[in-house]
Design a protein around this ligand. Structure first.
Ligand code: UDP
Length: 571
């Protein structure tokens, strides 16, 4: 197996099994074997004489060839005692002490097992309202978020990653203005991403510059009215300041809720790509698009036949995960099996664009995104129908939107674009559908040793075209973009664009193109340069709404003291 150095480091640090003394007792091959074997065993539930070996081999080969990777908890926990395999959960929070602290306990159990949790705080009564049993005053959603945050701090997810949370508040909750600025102090509520749940009514009021009503969720009474534009301004101001809150379009999400009779979607998972009903969980998996290319004499092509087969095997894999998963709560077990949502997506999209010589920020780039994702979505539905014939539809099918259309699916949803933060490192490709952050960067090792890491395909092209030199690669790393490097030919510059070369509008157009053919949602960060204005942020938030996205997350370079990715010289 050919793994990159970074991939081996990640696997060794976090995924490969160790003995009680901390010694590694698993190789990457053994990890993929463990996962393949365990997930294939799910076939036994439906088939009395299953060809488990064949399934195991198919699953093993997909992972070992870095063609498909399930989300991290599956890699970490499959075939082990813990056995919790899902990345995403949403938990309900009711408006009573019991329900609030039950949710905290349940979140702790999920974090311990490697999953992330999303919550809507919209049902909690506003701060300052009365509490009947004590005659006291309610502290409101934000003060409870701080309690959730502290609990998360104390529980490291599965011993390998810190718990991640999403906190949502509806825009018509009376505490909305405080919520929007609750992460202004970036040292607070650090284990939460926050997003405002926007309604159609609110977006219309912004457009018409009207007021809208705030409603106490406990009494259901209107408490006051606010000018929609002022609230939107406050969201923009804070997002411009440090990237939060994001926004999600709640009504739009619920328009595509496949099982409205089971309830309303109030929240997404931590990174926003997976809207779920309370107590639902979802397991994700991503196809490495780079491994679906074939080299031809005059360049690369997508091997659609291989892609189609990989989609079918991936859907089979993810459907099995639902049955062999060990759920942290009975309620989650029940809900998850009612809808059997899976989220198949892609990674390595930016790498593929480089090899196909298509710029990310171009109409051909966006058209290609549509074509690829439509193909994956169609194939995933075919695979889900095939499974339904063998295993039955998801149990809430009769109550789903598919019933009237006579579309007998095994899974209420099949597609999601995940961030693939770690599985893309394992697979050695660009993450999700994001553009590359840098073509080359300097890694500081030890005191003065510098290691220059160059995108392998760029290095290949640079050598082929005769402009490669180590000095040039260092210069590119320091500049953070090819835009002003005169040694690089113009046609190469146009193709090898990175996050900051791409205008926010193209980021959104790309997100919207993928969303068209994705059941769930799309994980995407719209990158702004540090000199972007509040108006720029507003335009992007508005454009995302117009183009049919389910939400937006933005980040303006340098707007937080510690940021995950940065380019250029640091002093
Ligand atoms: N997630 C989490 N903690 C983390 C990273 C991810 O709980 O540190 C959850 C979260 O719900 C996120 C989902 O896993 O939305 C998928 O993230 P990603 O694709 O980056 O995970 P990977 O499988 O690559 O580790």
């Amino acid at each position: 197996m050919k793994l990159r150095e970074n991939s081996i480091t990640v696997l060794e640090n976090r995924y490969l099994t160790r003995d009680e003394k901390g010694n590694l007792i698993e190789t990457p091959e053994q990890l993929f074997r463990r996962v393949a074997k365990y997930i294939a065993s799910g076939d036994k539930i439906y088939n009395k004489e299953p060809n488990i070996e064949k399934t195991e081999e198919e699953f093993y080969n997909m992972m070992a060839n870095l063609e498909f990777m399930p989300n991290s908890p599956t890699l970490m926990n499959a075939g082990k005692e813990l056995g919790q395999l899902s990345a995403c959960f949403v938990l309900p929070i009711g408006d009573s002490m019991e329900e609030i602290f039950d949710a905290i306990k349940n979140a702790a159990l999920i974090h311990k097992s490697g999953g992330g949790t999303g919550f809507s705080f919209s049902r909690l009564r506003p701060s300052g309202s009365t509490v009947k049993s004590t005659g006291g005053v309610a502290s409101g959603p934000i003060s409870f978020m701080k309690v959730f945050n502290s609990a998360t701090e104390a529980v490291k997810q599965g011993g390998t990653r810190r718990g991640a949370n999403m906190g949502i508040l509806r825009v018509d909750h009376p505490d909305i203005m405080d919520f929007i600025s609750c992460k202004k102090d970036t040292s607070e509520i650090t284990n939460f991403n926050i997003s405002v749940g926007l309604t159609e009514e609110f977006m219309n009021a912004v457009e018409k510059d009207e007021e809208y009503s705030l409603i106490d969720p406990h009494t259901k009474k209107i408490t006051s009215k606010l000018k929609a534009k002022e609230v939107f301004d406050h969201i923009i101001e804070m997002a411009w300041t440090n990237g939060e809150p994001g926004i999600i379009f709640l009504d739009r999400i619920n328009k595509t809720n496949p099982t409205p009779q089971l309830g309303e979607v109030e929240s997404t998972n931590p990174c926003g790509e997976q809207p779920l009903l309370p107590y639902e969980s979802c397991n994700l998996g991503s196809i490495n698009l780079d491994s679906m290319l074939i080299k031809k004499d005059n360049g690369y092509e997508i091997d659609y036949e291989k892609l189609g087969k990989t989609v079918e095997k991936s859907v089979h894999f993810l459907d099995n995960v639902i049955d062999v998963n060990k759920y942290p709560l009975n309620e989650i077990d029940d809900m998850t099996k009612k809808t059997r949502k899976i989220g198949l997506g892609i990674m390595g999209f930016a790498d593929v664009l480089f090899k196909l010589k298509v710029p990310y920020n171009s109409q051909p780039g966006v058209d290609l995104a549509r074509k690829i994702m439509k193909y994956i979505d169609d194939k995933s539905k075919e695979a889900s129908i095939k499974l339904a014939k063998e295993r039955g539809t998801f149990s809430a099918y009769e109550e789903s939107i598919y019933k009237d259309k006579d579309l007998e699916f095994r899974n209420a949803t099949t597609t999601t674009i995940a961030p693939t933060g770690t599985i893309s490192i394992i697979s050695g490709v660009s993450s999700g559908i994001e553009p590359l952050f840098a073509i080359s960067f300097v890694r500081n090792v030890m005191d003065n040793d510098k290691l220059i890491e160059v995108h392998p395909y760029f290095e290949e092209i640079a050598k082929e075209r005769g402009f490669y030199s180590e000095d040039l690669m260092e210069k590119i790393a320091e500049a953070g973009t090819l835009a002003h490097i005169k040694e690089v030919p113009e046609d190469i510059k146009r193709i090898f664009v990175t996050a900051h070369d791409i205008s926010p509008e193209w980021h959104i157009k790309m997100q919207a193109a993928f969303q068209e053919y994705v059941d769930n949602a799309v994980s995407k960060t719209v990158n702004f340069t540090s000199d972007a204005t509040r108006e720029d942020v507003r335009e992007v938030y508005t454009l995302a709404y117009k183009l049919g996205c389910k939400g937006v997350t933005i980040y303006r370079d340098g707007s937080r003291q510690s940021q995950v990715l940065s380019v250029g010289k640091k002093d």
